[in-house]
Design a protein around this ligand. Structure first.
Ligand SMILES: O=C(O)CCC(=O)C(=O)O
Ligand SMILES: [Fe+2]
Length: 351
């Protein structure tokens, strides 16, 4: 047996076989789907190699544009404050975001899917605020289109991994085909030693799939792996509701050509708890200014998310008495409940 941590690296999965429909690749697609299924069961996280889908210079440029924005004078950044809008779309200052009751040592700029008839007095229903940096909006909007397409591709692969029928997949697809996505760029100055909190506190993402591009800064993003019996559990940063769960934090350093992909809480509901959304946090003690660009591929705003028949079928095979355990939610309602929390004294979720 190895000591905890030494063998723990997230799996790397290449999405290339799902970018074509060559019949000869059907077997490879099946093994890719199986690899995603295992990664979701075991880690809730994996590296997704997207080299065949997009040139790596594209997200690099996004991070660079983000860096340019964060280097503007504070008052120019504040012109895009999320307070101007719906408290979700726009710029949040350093330490404005709170996770588990502690200020996060990051600043960020959030964009959401544009809505018909925006109304900034309604939660998440305002308008995006774009920096006036040449190329910024166009490049980010192109990335949104790419990531929405990637979201549907990965979702289809997951439906295969879960043994869903084509009709079941079409049904699931209809819940995510108008994704209420979130696009975010985050800037992390080095974490001061005396900061009471983290660069970004431990949290689960609460939607569907996150695709994270981060600049090459090592030892920043950490993922919590449940390991009953682990002796080096560091529970200092765990949310209260997580209790004293035993496990280890591993680094998820960037790998060229890959995004880090993780599943959000909607997948816990769809799989009735078979997949679990995994805690992660950022502890950036390096000396540089780190930039990350997460894209959150989410269900449609009005999607009713409930345990999937394919999962219940699987469970009933082992236990004919098995009854679904998760309570269905409408994604938009769930989202509003979470977003409202972020700037409160103690927030349970975050974006
Ligand atoms: O910056 C990172 O590496 C992770 C950010 C994150 O987890 C989030 O915004 O939900
Ligand atoms: Fe996250």
């Amino acid at each position: 047996m190895s000591s905890p941590g030494t063998l723990d690296r997230l799996p790397i999965i290449d999405i290339a076989p799902f970018l074509n429909s060559i019949p000869g690749d059907a077997d490879i697609r099946l093994s890719t789907a199986a690899a995603i299924h295992s990664a979701c069961l075991e880690y809730g996280f994996f590296y997704l190699n997207i080299e065949a889908f997009v040139d790596s210079s594209v997200p690099e440029e996004l991070a660079q544009l983000g860096r340019q924005f964060f280097s503007l004078p504070q008052e120019e950044k504040d012109n895009l404050s999320l307070k101007n809008q719906d408290f979700a779309r726009g710029y949040a200052r350093l330490k404005e975001n709170v996770t588990n009751g502690k200020a996060d040592n990051h600043e960020g700029l959030d964009f959401y899917k544009p809505v018909d008839n925006p109304d900034k007095t309604k939660p998440v229903w305002g308008e995006n605020q774009w920096p006036r940096i040449p190329g910024f909006r166009g490049k980010y909007e192109q990335w949104v289109e790419k990531m929405k397409a990637l979201g549907l591709i990965v979702m289809e692969a997951m439906s295969i991994g879960l043994g869903m029928t084509r009709d079941e997949w079409q049904d699931l697809r209809s819940q995510v085909d108008d994704s209420f996505w979130v696009m975010r760029v985050i800037g992390y100055p080095p974490l001061p030693n005396d900061h009471d909190g983290f660069s970004c506190g431990a949290h689960k993402d609460y939607g569907c799939l996150t695709f994270l591009y981060a600049d090459p800064t090592p030892s920043a993003l950490q993922v919590f792996l449940r390991r009953p019996g682990a002796t080096n559990t560091d529970d200092s940063g765990l949310p209260a509701e997580q209790g004293q769960e035993e496990g280890i934090w591993i680094n998820a350093d960037p790998i060229p050509g890959c995004v880090v992909c993780n599943i959000g809480e909607m997948w816990e509901i769809w799989t009735d708890g078979l997949y679990r959304s995994t805690l992660h946090r950022v502890v950036h003690r390096g000396s540089n200014y780190r930039v990350s660009v997460p894209f959150f591929f989410e269900p449609n705003f009005d999607a009713l998310v409930k345990p999937l028949n394919a999962v219940l079928r699987m469970r009933n095979k082992d236990d004919p008495e098995y009854k679904s355990q998760k309570v269905p939610v409408v994604y938009g309602d769930f989202l509003i409940g979470k977003v409202g929390n972020n700037f409160a004294v103690d927030s349970k979720g975050r974006y």
